[in-house]
Design a protein around this ligand. Structure first.
Ligand SMILES: [Zn+2]
Length: 145
């Protein structure tokens, strides 16, 4: 992962049933399983800087994902340094994949996607995702574990 622009998907594992207040947006019920959050980083420091920020738990909460982050483990990150902003395309792809359940409105208040956060009960597979998004640049994975 480099300090270059790109698109990423955080693979988050959740072990608890909990109600999490997501800023002023809503109280969200989370449950054991996996959450995938799709975003992009086209500012200074690129994907590396943004993902490092997501990896930290102690920080001021700014995005919807920051509020959820405190209660889930970051297990891996899928990313691409494709110069095209692919986050909405990836979000659409996941929305069209049956095992991914969109958390309606999460992270998508500024776009037309149904959601930028998805829930699935089993660990998501990079291979299937890579095939679905058909990214022009290789899609890589960085594991925390
Ligand atoms: Zn979107």
């Amino acid at each position: 992962m480099k300090r270059e622009p790109g698109t990423y998907a955080l693979v988050l594992q959740c072990a608890v049933y909990k109600t999490v207040q997501i800023g002023r947006w809503k109280a969200l019920e989370i449950r054991p399983g996996y959450y995938i959050y799709v975003g992009s980083a086209f500012g200074p420091g690129g994907v590396l800087a943004r993902v490092s920020r997501h990896a930290r738990k102690n920080k001021s909460n700014h995005w919807h994902i920051d509020y959820l982050r405190e209660f889930v483990c970051l297990t891996s990150v899928w990313y691409s340094h494709d110069p095209m902003r692919l986050e909405h395309e990836w979000a659409q792809t996941l929305a069209n994949t049956p095992e991914y359940m969109p958390v309606s409105g999460f992270g998508s208040s500024d776009c037309r996607c149904e959601a930028h956060l998805f829930f699935l009960s089993n660990e998501p597979e990079l291979v299937a995702f890579r095939r679905a998004v058909g990214s022009s640049k290789p899609l890589s994975i960085e594991d925390d574990q």
